[in-house]
Design a protein around this ligand. Structure first.
Ligand code: ZN
Length: 286
């Protein structure tokens, strides 16, 4: 996110925060629960699709915006609580976690879909680590891109996170690796590169159900489900982004898996079907 767009998001969110609950249970299964923390709920400006075919953008976003959010997910499975991404990490995000009964000490594992600033902000509390007992895992490709070996991190925020978390931040996974398991659920990391060099989606599996958390695979649901070839200006490698988007969505369609995204409109989660025009249709949960 560029600073300008972030600023617009913030301005409107102050108003919307009074209407939408910040933390919402979006999946309640027998053996796990997923809660989305929606720090910001508002329209994503269609300007981020400036390089895409303007007729297509206009067709699906006639008002010039797409309903969206800035979210992270909290998974509850037995006694374990796993964070998927850490949002912008503003005071509302911190309060939402606390209201859920999740004190920072309780978190042992944080999984990162990628390292853009709207996904890692909550890791820091000022200049210190917010989660004293947590290990933060990211894909090796993502880590090596943002924190090159023998060099400085690509931005000051990541340099700070690296300094305060040390070895608890430098552990990485390969794609298709299982990154968490307890008696109730397993979580597997899947390759979804393109948006960033190591962008990852996470498959949560229990005996009875599955949930795919897709990070930034799409930014504007109303546009990119029906027109999956369109990329936003945030997608670092557009060709790879489109390939990953289609591969992951095809997988979700075939396996009939519930999917949730960090910029999906509230309620953040739904099912997906393919349509006859080579695109997809999204059905939010009620
Ligand atoms: Zn994002």
């Amino acid at each position: 996110m560029t600073q300008n767009i972030l600023f617009t998001f913030f301005a409107v969110s102050i108003f919307l925060a009074t209407i939408f609950p910040i933390a919402m249970v979006v999946a309640q299964q027998d053996d796990f629960k997923a809660v989305a923390i929606n720090e910001i709920v508002r329209d994503m400006d269609a300007k981020i699709f400036a390089s895409a075919d303007s007729a297509t953008v206009k067709k699906y976003l006639p008002t010039g915006g797409a309903s969206s959010s800035m979210s992270s997910f909290v998974l509850f499975a037995g006694d374990d609580v796993v964070l998927i991404d850490a949002g912008l990490g503003g005071s509302q995000w911190v309060k939402a976690l606390s209201d859920l009964g999740v004190e920072p000490e309780k978190i042992k594992l944080i999984l990162l879909t990628h390292m853009h600033s709207d996904h890692i902000g909550g890791l820091l509390n000022g200049n210190s680590r917010r989660f004293p007992n947590a290990v933060i895992l990211s894909s090796k490709l993502e880590y090596d891109y943002w924190l090159p070996q023998n060099g400085k991190a690509r931005n000051a925020q990541l340099e700070k996170i690296k300094t305060v978390y040390g070895n608890d931040f430098s552990k990485t996974f390969e794609f298709d690796e299982q990154v968490f398991e307890n008696a109730l659920i397993k979580i597997k990391a899947l390759n979804a590169v393109g948006h960033t060099p190591g962008h990852t989606v996470f498959l949560v599996e229990s005996l009875k159900s599955r949930l795919l958390i897709v990070g930034d695979l799409l930014h504007a649901a109303a546009l990119q489900f029906p027109a999956p070839d369109i990329c936003s200006s945030y997608d670092m490698e557009p060709k790879a982004t489109v390939a990953s988007r289609k591969r992951i969505l095809d997988f979700a369609v075939k396996q009939n898996i519930l999917i949730g995204g960090m910029h999906f409109p509230v309620p953040n989660i739904g099912t997906v079907k393919s349509n006859t025009q080579g695109g997809y249709e999204f059905f939010p949960v009620k």
